[in-house]
Write a protein that binds this ligand. Sequence first.
Ligand code: GLU
Ligand code: ZN
Length: 489
Amino acid sequence: MAQEPVVVRIAPSPTGDPHVGTAYTALFNMALRRKQGGRFILRIDDTDRTRYQADSEAAIQHELRWLGIEWDEGPDVGGDAGPYRQSERTDLYRAAVEELIAKGAAYRCDCTKERLEEMRAEQRKRKQQPRYDGHCREREVSPDATHVVRLKVPLAGETTWTDELRGAITIQNATVDDQVLLKSDGYPTYHLATVVDDHKMGVTHILRAEEWINSTPKHVLLYEAFGWPLPKFVHLPLLRNSDKSKISKRKNPTSITWYRENGFLPEALRNFLSLMGFSFGDDREEFTLEEFVEAFSLGAIKTGGPVFDQQKLEWLNGVYIRKLGLDELIEHVREHSAAAAAADPALLRRILPLVQERMNRFTEFDELCDFFFVDRVQPPHDDLLPKKRSDTNTAAVLRQARLLVRDLPSLDEETLEQKLRDLAEEVEWKARELFMALRVAVTGKKVTPPLIESMCVLGRETCIERIDAAIDVLGSPENPILGTSDTSA
Ligand code: GLU
Ligand code: ZN
């Protein structure tokens, strides 16, 4: 069945860090465009000049591209429907507003801030929803006066529109405010600019977040006032914090930049975001962009409130990290760790296979592997001691281990492990105890890549130095008493 080509768009506001919600919406728009053909437009909604941030637009583009999101038209790539920044389209909005005024569907309003405030205070006192009282609906306001332009919402009747995912939605016109369309600074409001641009750019499907549902009746009234056909509306489920509230910075990092800088792979974040509103209908959670596009349709979008679960994202990121080839892995880790960036690539080739299974984010590399790159480590005294083993006893066992490392003909993994197990038996320790004491001695901590492999990478000399230093921490006893477990310590 051939499907009609679509024209879709996202319209992010350059008001701060690129938001994961923008990426999420972009992904679904891009999927529909790729599935059905057509055009995907990036339009910059920069009409709110008070919240505008100059570097935000470039950051949005950069982070979306990082995630593998590509658009057919936009301020950076051009296109026939431009300009693609709303601040460069103000003539169009002014002309559109004149058209509405001439039709009697909009009017100028020169109410002062003071009057409007007084009006709202009155309404609050009467426990009414604050809204414009229609004072200027039938007045003649000079175009030369400082004024806004408002939509003349019909006083009676109702407005019905269909959300592709939710069905028909009806609202009483009497509940809709006489929305400002053009502000006194000459810039349009979101409502006007969105409707004018979606129409002029030929948008067929509006896929945007659920939070815009309440604005849609205002848009539908505008389409009707202009006499333009309605596009299809598809409101995607809102991303939520784990307490089900709308995703917010306080509870989850929301900036795409944060995820990039904190060791996430674009494929993993992209996969995770698709899961927020889509599933294959089974329990499959890992898929490529191509597989997503292939399986995507509007009908496959789920409307349940998806929880942006950071832990799940980390898990999924780990899945993607494990799939990387060694060269790719090295490249990513070098971007996230100054120690790795400065390290000998040959050394990294030996270390990274030891931690690839354990990292869920590239930024965990330093935490896991810093001991490979420093001159000495600082093993905490208490961590060196296996439970119920004394300083004396532990130092003595470490001394034995040191001799063993020194005298091995070659430091290979198999021999080292076997000899250490033999030693543990000889001194009546569990191998686990010996490994932990040695681990803390040579790495300074308890959670590390596998011990034997790590020791072989560190090399004989470094291991000996570090075991010596650990013995010093324990107080270096004169007469070691081997094989006793001393519970009095
Ligand atoms: N500027 C709005 C936003 O930031 C656009 C909403 C829409 O897509 O209509 O999400
Ligand atoms: Zn007025």
